[in-house]
Write a protein that binds this ligand. Structure first.
Ligand code: WTA
Length: 648
């Protein structure tokens, strides 16, 4: 039985959903038939959530880069895979066709091979948003090396931790990166990260900004030299080739580090086949991609959204993507609209934070910008408030473009809950319906399925912790180097369920509204940050005795970071102490984790057993000091008044 890859009506969605649940093997085999396999699978799915063990398409052999590139070459080799928009709008746009992408990826693969990189080796990639970043990612995938991209906003210390955890032996980076008015010295950061590192053999450096860099003999190599050498090896008589490594369906494709509620970031591992199928299937269906569309996802490739919806999903679908080096507010707040106008963008996928920030500049930056090419709008990364949703709908989509509110996570590989553009209804601030194969369920604290309650309007609404009952092809396979951590984090809270860490509402029609994290993870401007991580960084400061970090509603960022700090040093005044703490956090994690507010306190509200009562701190940070609940069980109830009275 074969089912259409692209869903084109509400009835088809309902049918696909039904079949995907009742006959998952048949359904996913039919979807997988749309890809290029060296050898087809023996078994569609084997799983349990106890270990957890999830194996899709076992026995299947493939290479994802043949699906992203090679299979398109015959019919659309000269079609642009990427239109690269540089940071500076005055600079030259680069168009990368599928033929060119093929050549560059073969060159990178050869370059890596020349330097001894083998299947399964870990390659850390720390670059700006330039086409070479995609070449590096796919070059790794071509030879079966596992890439681990690190976002440019992370500090040397964060990189060092990730290098160590992944036991990475190779790094690909740039001298520097342009972002708006800034020139970020990436290679310098890598050099700092490598102090004391004995594992890394080579650092390959691409020249982007031409700031001076230190190049260590025997370790550091220039990308340009290595690529030139590789070119002569992969191109013979005008024909480019580099044989792709044959990968098992379940071989790891990449590691991407993300924050959880405890300890250090974990390396989320995605597989080759399942991830490929999930990103492509969701890209085509959620955005209702049509051949010829220009797709523009504004995310950074350092995060999962860039991996799935700039790199792998669109390329497997043979799409043309705009890749943007800069930021939405430079040189002015009209930049995204200029790009939409200039490149006739049809699909625009961005974050609520970006929308809220651009909203703040009013309608002036939109004047004279032709946005009529737009057909589909999308959001991702955090709950979107109704005001931002309507601003996006009115001023960008001109009430003609469906908005898809896509809910998913680094661990899910691709979108799990979203309306399908123009096919299933949109509803402001609701992610709405699950994709085929996705079985969400809301549970209470004890893991019991939550029951519906009448809401204000009388309709029944269920509220609870969002879990998923069964695996979809893009689900996380393990956390790098520590499978039990994967089990504990996602599969141990509730028996036989994948726990997302999010809270949600469900209406009577099965639509979902994501309300935000219910664990100790913050979502700041759509970036995930663990409160424990920030606390650890603050506590590294010599004058700090103890700290507690919570989130609070922030008009622009969605959530802001509020830190309560017990300080014992004598150095400087309050303001310089704050600056020193911020600098410490920047060093330990990176500028993205800097607290918005630091309140110095004499003590923290603790239970008699010594546990910090975050609920109270959260309420105070939110400004809800009237409803702190019972504080009599605290070790020292007086600290609460002190904290309340000195709230920032
Ligand atoms: C949040 C980003 C509401 C959620 C793809 C999730 C959302 C976390 C939405 C994952 C949405 C993502 N509505 N909340 N449409 N999309 N989130 O791993 O809390 O960076 O758990 O993946 O972002 O963040 P991550």
């Amino acid at each position: 039985m074969s089912y259409p890859f692209q869903i084109t009506s509400q009835e088809q969605y309902e049918m696909a959903y039904r079949v995907s649940i009742n006959e998952p093997d048949q359904f996913w085999a039919s979807v997988a038939d749309n890809f290029l396999w060296r050898k087809k699978w023996d078994n569609v799915l084997e799983w349990n959530f106890k270990d957890p063990k999830v194996k899709w398409f076992q026995g299947g052999k493939l290479n994802i880069t043949e699906n992203c590139i090679d299979r398109h070459l015959k019919t659309m080799g000269e079609k642009p895979a990427f239109i690269w928009e540089p940071n500076n709008p005055e600079d030259r746009v680069r168009v990368v066709t599928y033929n060119r992408l093929h050549k560059r990826v073969c060159q990178v693969a050869q370059m890596l091979k020349n330097n001894g990189v083998k299947k399964g080796d870990r390659v850390c990639i720390y670059m700006g948003m330039i086409p070479e970043l995609v070449y590096a990612i796919l070059g790794c995938a071509r030879i079966g090396a596992i890439h681990s991209v690190i976002f440019g906003g992370f500090s040397a210390q964060s990189i060092a931790d990730r290098l160590e955890d992944a036991q990475a032996e190779y790094i690909i980076t740039c001298d520097g990166a342009y972002r708006g008015g800034k020139d970020i010295p990436l290679k310098n950061v890598i050099d700092d990260a490598l102090v004391g590192n004995k594992k890394v053999k080579n650092v390959i450096v691409y020249t982007r900004t031409r700031i001076p860099v230190s190049m260590i003999k025997g370790r550091d190599l220039w990308w340009e030299d290595e690529m030139e050498h590789a070119e002569a090896q992969v191109e013979k008589d005008g024909v480019v080739s580099f044989p792709a490594e044959e990968m098992d369906a379940e071989d790891p494709l990449f590691i991407l580090y993300t924050s959880g509620s405890t300890g250090k970031p974990k390396g989320v591992v995605h597989s080759s086949a399942g991830y490929m199928i999930w990103t492509t299937y969701t890209f085509v269906n959620v955005f209702q991609y049509k051949p010829g569309d220009i797709h523009f996802c504004t995310a950074d490739i350092g995060w999962i959204t860039g991996h799935s919806y700039i790199c792998y999903g669109p390329l497997c679908a043979g799409a043309t993507s705009v890749m943007f080096e800069g930021i939405p507010t430079w040189p002015d707040a009209g930049r995204l609209w200029d790009i939409v106008d200039k490149h006739n963008v049809n699909i625009l996928y961005t974050a609520p934070t970006a929308i809220r920030s651009l909203m703040g500049f009013g309608l002036e930056p939109l004047k004279g910008k032709d946005l009529s090419s737009l057909r589909t709008l999308g959001t991702v990364g955090e709950p979107i408030n109704e005001e931002a949703w309507h601003w996006y709908d009115d001023n960008i989509g001109k009430n003609k473009c469906p908005i898809v509110d896509t809910w998913w996570q680094t661990e899910t590989g691709g979108i799990l809950i979203s309306n399908l553009a123009g096919i299933t209804p949109a509803r402001p601030a609701w992610a709405t319906l699950p994709l085929p194969g996705v079985q969400p369920v809301l549970v209470d604290e004890n893991g019991k399925e939550a029951s519906p309650n009448p809401s204000d309007g009388g309709a029944l609404v269920t509220s609870g912790n969002l879990c998923i009952k069964a695996p979809w092809p893009g689900i996380i396979r393990t956390t790098w180097g520590d499978h039990d951590r994967c089990r504990q984090n996602y599969f141990a809270t509730y028996e036989n369920l994948y726990f997302t860490g999010d809270g949600a509402l469900e209406d009577e029609q099965g639509n979902f509204r994501i309300t935000g994290r219910v664990d100790d993870v913050l979502n700041v401007s759509g970036h995930r940050i663990g409160t424990a991580e920030v606390e650890n960084a603050i506590n590294m400061h010599a004058g700090v005795v103890e700290s507690a970090v919570v989130g609070y509603p922030h008009a622009l960022k969605g959530q802001g970071i509020y830190a309560y700090v017990i300080y014992n040093g004598h150095h400087g005044d309050e303001s310089s102490r704050r600056q020193d703490i911020l600098q410490t956090v920047t060093r330990v994690i990176g500028p993205i984790a800097k607290p918005d507010k630091i309140q110095f306190v004499s003590g923290l509200p603790k239970t008699r057993s010594g546990k910090i009562m975050r609920r109270i701190l959260r309420k105070i940070a939110e400004g809800d000091t009237a409803n702190l609940g019972d504080t009599t069980t605290l070790l020292d109830p007086a600290v609460v008044d002190d904290i309340k009275n000195n709230k920032l």
